[in-house]
Design a protein around this ligand. Structure first.
Ligand SMILES: Nc1ncnc2c1ncn2[C@@H]1O[C@H](COP(=O)(O)OP(=O)(O)OP(=O)(O)O)[C@@H](O)[C@H]1O
Length: 918
């Protein structure tokens, strides 16, 4: 046996079912449209019948009155019912109806028809007169008095916006003569500008609105073509999308303020408006002076005429029937209504696409990279929206992401990063993730106290990066490009996709630079170099498997981008724009492409894989990544990776950590008692600390200068502890503490002492002010007498706070400072080296003398410029920021900037010792 289609028995294939369902839905649509037309005709008939009821004359009064009543009785209820069917609820109610003051009908549904006025018949019967509007091209309203036309336009806009479900209709308006007619909806403009944006008054504003509508129209056209729909209604029903509203454009006093370009757009839009859910409500003032070379009729002829004269209004499909124009809305009624609409919008639930649903099955995680890295970032209706990073055929190497504050940029970046991390193994994909504004929560991607896992793909994590770190990462990547280029050249390869998978193929690199414009903002050398490196990265990255994601809130006004726009963005075909301003939409997509300004919800985006060309706009909803779910995913990936190195984490606002640094590297010593003491971490990708070579020779030692007790203590701890670890045998430490019992550093001081002791060092702590001087004299004497028992380090914490340092002590002709000066100067060759902190250079000079006991190494923390310049030279600029140090050793013309270590915490001591022992 065969079925209807001639095939074998069995259920029809899903495509056939789908086609049948679609056929049925089309038939239902056609029926509904027909029913609407029938209702329209019936309403028309009933109204005409009422209109032709004869006037009562005195001689035949009763007969005629009866006939009149009969006609009214039979037609009026029909006409009223049909009007209410066509224009439900607020769309057809009289402005005086008490229903306007209740919330009952607000948000009931988009009304295709709208009331223009009413017909009075008999003594006290009225019938609403309605006309089709949404779903048509619109109305051309003319009036003997401009004011009445404005009244109809504003009432109609209010009726429609109040009837529609939240976010199903957006009303834009152009009011070139500043009549303020849209003020009636002012409450909504204030609360929900995405529903009723502020009316435009200038030609530029009109142009922005129109170009947005052109984008909407073109996006709808391509989706309709793609899905085989003929109308916007069909598209809506089929996709169930609530984020794509009907659009109503209200034009007052047309053609005032309409130039030739706007006119062209209006005509272009009007030609297909009815099918694309775009509708015009136009007041035409025939008497208005035509300011531009514009032919009003060319546009107006596409609209249904609505004529007002003497307080009567006549619509196209009811010729000769003048309905009484409604009274205007009371301002307080309109305001109350707008509040209710805004409240409903607040409560409207945005459909969410769960990120988990866009991940591949676990069995398919970490597939080998073939010729692209691709991941699903959301949905375009029911089709997954993918970002495919590839070097050729077509070349889609990089992405530019933009969107205003709070519109879902962080979520989008996290979706992209985690989507890729689930699809490709850390061996095939490395990530460099930098956030320049502390927006994206990248910190969760690294390790933390109480969270041992991290995203195993991440090599560098700039949680809150500063410009110098960004530059360092760009330099590092630039070196990596150079390295890859050598390898590729040697093998005669042009592109990474030519390399087969295997141990010789370098991993793809994903570089995410959030708020990348910060790098280029200032007018300085750093910005210059960063721009050049960025340019190089996007130009060469394509062939060498480096993919860059540039994300920004706004790139308006970034000077360096203006000149380098083409050379950077010209290499970035992918554009993803979340909701933003028309200007930024154009900056991210392309000039003239304002589609991102038309988006309504956070999470909605325009995805474009063709340099922002408007014809390639895809309207997508980005999937939403719940933070807990992402953490679970990271844990799972981290466990799957078995062994992975923690990323280099950089946080502008935080100092470096000794316990973490010792995970990555070890303090070293080299021959002849030279140790390489840790001064801090460099602002670089590497985790190798910046070291100070400490030789037992005159001039050895480190002077730490400037404000910030914790930075100073952290620096001294780094120097002391690294020295202890690096020394062949545990040295002795004498810790002089001039800061007294200061709370903020007490844990750090004790933890430093504990750590040194656990490393086997003898530690002597001298913190009583009265004891310090004597201890310095004693130490000086032992140096002088050659009695130093072995390598000894004097750690001076807050020497500026030691009282009476420069006063002669009773019974001696010298001060403790004199003794210190001799210790610092003569100590090194006798086994005593000093690392000490003063808050100011001049205090240190007072203690140690003009040459500061010949010590070469100065480490400046927050310190006034003049002091820094007097040591490091007039060209050095030192911005003095927390957690930054400038290391001057007199040897390097450009002193390196270091990130000082934080003082150790008690809970880190064990970890540190364990690491060193392990
Ligand atoms: N795709 C989405 N689907 C549903 N809700 C979303 C989506 N994207 C973002 N949101 C919601 O919007 C909020 C803000 O998102 P997100 O933090 O990503 O914005 P942002 O643009 O990065 O903000 P900021 O400007 O502060 O960096 C989220 O907490 C979430 O509630």
């Amino acid at each position: 046996m065969t079925d209807e289609a001639g095939g074998k028995h069995g259920p029809p294939p899903p495509e056939a079912l789908e086609a049948r369902l679609r056929g049925l839905a089309d038939a239902v649509d056609a029926l509904a449209a027909q029913a609407r037309r029938v209702a329209e005709v019936e309403h028309q008939r009933a109204v005409i019948a009422l209109r032709s009821v004869p006037e009562a004359t005195p001689d035949a009064r009763s007969v005629v009155e009866n006939a009149v009543q009969e006609a009214i009785d039979s037609h009026a209820p029909v006409a009223s019912r049909l009007a209410a069917d066509l224009a439900p609820g607020l769309a057809s109610l009289n402005t005086a109806s008490p229903a306007w003051q209740s919330r009952e009908y607000v948000g009931a549904g988009v009304a295709a028809h709208a009331r223009v006025g009413e017909l009075s018949v008999g003594k006290d019967t009225t019938v609403p007169v309605v006309a089709p509007l949404l779903g048509t091209t619109g109305w051309k309203v003319t009036s003997d008095r401009g004011q009445t036309a404005h009244r109809l336009l504003q009432s109609t806009a209010l009726r429609l916006i109040a009837s529609a479900e939240p976010f199903r209709l957006r009303v834009d308006a152009f009011d070139p003569r500043l009549t303020g007619a849209m003020g009636l909806l002012g409450h909504l403009t204030t609360k929900y500008p995405q529903l009723v944006p502020r009316a435009g008054h200038t030609e530029e504003q009109l142009q922005i609105t129109l170009s947005g509508l052109v984008d909407v129209s073109s996006m709808r056209a391509s989706r309709m073509a793609q899905l085989g729909h003929r109308s916007f209604e069909q598209l809506l029903r089929d996709t169930g999308r609530v984020t794509d509203p009907y659009r109503l454009l209200v034009l007052f006093d047309y053609p005032a303020g309409v130039d030739a370009r706007a006119q062209r757009d209006l005509i272009r839009l009007a030609e297909t408006a009815a099918d694309r859910g775009i509708c015009f409500l136009v007041h035409h003032d025939p008497a208005a002076k035509i300011e531009h070379d514009v032919e009003p009729a060319a546009f107006l002829k596409m609209l249904a005429p609505v004529t007002i004269s003497g307080g009567r209004v006549e619509v196209a499909h009811l010729p000769g029937i003048g309905a009484r124009l409604d009274e205007p809305f009371e301002a307080h009624v309109a305001a109350g209504l707008c509040d209710v609409v805004a409240e409903l919008a607040d409560r409207a639930v945005l459909p969410t696409i769960e990120f988990a649903g866009t991940l591949p099955d676990r069995a398919d995680w970490w597939q080998p990279v073939r010729d692209e890295l691709s991941s699903v970032i959301g949905y375009d209706d029911r089709t997954p929206a993918e970002v495919r990073l590839r070097s050729g055929n077509p070349a889609l190497p990089h992405v530019l992401v933009g969107g205003a504050v709070g519109q879902g940029k962080s979520n989008l970046l996290l979706v992209l990063i985690h989507g890729l991390a689930a699809r490709y193994a850390p061996g095939d994909l490395e990530m460099y993730l930098l956030d320049f504004k502390h927006g994206v929560e990248f910190s969760a991607l690294g390790p933390a106290v109480g969270r041992p896992h991290w995203l195993p793909h991440v090599r560098v994590l700039g949680v809150h990066s500063d410009r110098p770190f960004g530059l360092a990462v760009l330099r590092h990547l630039s070196d990596e490009l150079a390295r890859r280029s050598e390898v590729f050249k040697a093998q005669g390869l042009a592109d990474i996709s030519e390399l087969p998978a295997g141990p010789d193929r370098p991993p793809r690199i994903l570089v995410v630079l959030d708020e990348f414009q910060v790098l280029l903002e200032d007018d300085d050398e750093l910005a210059d170099e960063a721009a050049k490196l960025l340019e190089r990265l996007v130009r060469l990255g394509r062939a060498y498997g480096v993919h860059v994601v540039l994300a920004t809130q706004t790139i308006e006004g970034v000077k360096r981008l203006a000149t380098r726009r083409d050379s950077i963005f010209g290499q970035v075909p992918y554009r993803i724009a979340l909701k933003t301003t028309p200007t930024d939409s154009q900056a991210i997509l392309r000039t003239g492409n304002t589609a991102a300004a038309e988006l309504q919800f956070r999470g909605e985006a325009v995805l474009n894989a063709n340099f922002g060309s408007p014809d390639d706009n895809q309207h997508i909803l980005v999937s939403f990544a719940d933070r807990d779910l992402l953490d679970k995913l990271r844990h799972e990936l981290w466990s799957k990776a078995e062994s992975s190195r923690p990323p280099r984490v950089f946080n502008l606002a935080e100092p470096a950590r000794l316990a973490e640094t010792v995970l990555a590297t070890r303090p070293r010593s080299s021959g002849a008692g030279t140790v390489h003491a840790w001064a801090g971490l460099p602002i670089a990708v590497t985790e190798e600390p910046v070291t100070v070579e400490v030789r037992p020779e005159p001039g050895a030692g480190v002077l730490v200068l400037g404000d910030g007790a914790t930075d100073a203590l952290g620096t001294l701890s780094g120097l002391a502890i690294s020295t202890a670890v690096a020394s062949p045998a545990p040295p002795r430490f004498i810790v002089i503490d001039g800061t007294g019992g200061e709370e903020s550093t007490s844990e750090g001081k004790s933890a430093m002492v504990q750590t040194l002791q656990r490393l086997g060092c003898a530690v002597e702590l001298v913190d009583h002010p009265d004891a310090i001087g004597e201890r310095l004299f004693a130490l000086r004497d032992s140096i002088k007498d050659g009695q130093v028992p072995g390598p000894t380090y004097l750690i001076g914490m807050g020497m500026h706070s030691v009282p009476r340092m420069t006063l002669h002590v009773e019974g001696r002709f010298e001060s403790p400072a004199d003794a210190l000066q001799q210790i610092v100067k003569d100590g090194p060759s006798r086994g005593v080296i000093t690392f000490a902190w003063w808050n100011r250079l001049h205090v240190c000079t007072e203690h140690l003398g003009f040459k500061r006991a010949n010590v070469a190494v100065h480490l400046f923390l927050r310190h006034p410029q003049d002091g820094v310049k007097s040591v490091a030279g007039p060209l050095v600029r030192w911005p003095s920021e927390p957690h930054r140090g400038l290391l001057w050793d007199g040897l390097h013309p450009e002193p390196p900037v270091v990130v000082p270590f934080a003082p150790l915490r008690f809970d880190e001591v064990d970890r540190f010792i364990g690491q060193v022992a392990g």
